[in-house]
Design a protein around this ligand. Structure first.
Ligand code: ZN
Ligand code: ZN
Ligand code: ZN
Length: 256
């Protein structure tokens, strides 16, 4: 099993439209960041976490041929606006989409045509929605997934533990019950937005602090704004911690 970062950028993506700051103009490919998403794959099956506005180009670049399931962390635009682009893959097989109740409710409002009977004129993805609850482990297309509650400003959204990896993207606090489910991790993936504190995301320092408290063998940070230069920040990080970048692939140990 492996996990590949399809995107490590915040909601704007990097470069930011209209911006000419040093990171947005950078030639370092690690500073080019699509919207946050990861793909788990075992050689036969594929599981996508979040389908943001870059899903189409991410899937084309990865030469994705089929998708066995989608897991959603929450319903912010940068995590769900690619759902419509699941259409071509969903014509081959209906795609199960797993999310918590607030996320499913938002999808119902944002994409009403997903749920109306086909009139033969409107094209819509063939999706099958399944509810997730934090702390209740589920089998998702043969993969055991533990949804975890994390703070994202005033909202409680989901992170996921799969084997010895945990993926906690948009996050500014880890509640104790989730912390208890983060023991013996090979890899923690944690959101870290920028140097300056933010009301709904960990700053860089807060993320490092939270990662220390979790104590995974390795931590990769994700969901960066254009304030973060990959190479400069990487140099300051303690042993075992690094910024992720688009295209980074890491093995996932399933036995824990
Ligand atoms: Zn986000
Ligand atoms: Zn910029
Ligand atoms: Zn968000």
């Amino acid at each position: 099993m492996k996990m590949t970062f399809w995107g490590t950028g915040t909601s704007t993506g990097i470069p930011v439209v209209g911006c000419s700051c040093a990171v947005c103009r950078s030639t370092d490919p690690c500073n080019h960041r699509r919207r946050a998403s990861v793909l788990f794959e075992d050689g036969h099956r594929t599981w996508l976490v979040d389908a943001g506005p870059d899903f189409r180009v991410q899937a084309l670049d990865a030469e994705l041929k089929h998708l066995d399931a989608v897991l959603l962390t929450h319903a912010h635009a940068d995590h769900v606006l690619g759902l419509d682009d699941l259409r071509p893959l969903s014509w081959k097989q209906v795609i199960p989409v797993w999310a918590d109740a607030p996320t499913l409710a938002t999808i119902r409002t944002a994409f009403p045509y997903f749920f109306t009977a086909g009139d033969g004129k409107t094209s819509r993805p063939r999706l099958e929605f399944h509810p997730l609850e934090a702390g209740q482990s589920v089998e998702v297309a043969g993969l055991t997934v533990l949804p975890l509650a994390i703070h994202h400003g005033d909202a409680s959204i989901l992170g996921f533990r799969v084997g010895a990896v945990a993926y906690l993207t948009d996050c500014n606090g880890i509640p104790p019950e989730t912390k208890a489910s983060l023991e013996d991790l090979d890899v923690l993936v944690l959101g870290a937005l920028r140097a300056v504190p933010h009301p709904t995301h960990f700053s860089l320092d807060e993320a490092v602090e939270a990662a220390r408290a979790v104590g995974a063998r390795r931590t990769f940070f994700t969901h960066f704004s254009h304030d973060v230069d990959h190479r400069l920040w990487a140099q300051t990080l303690p042993e075992g911690m690094a910024p992720a970048y688009d295209g980074l692939s890491i093995p996932v140990r399933m036995e824990v």
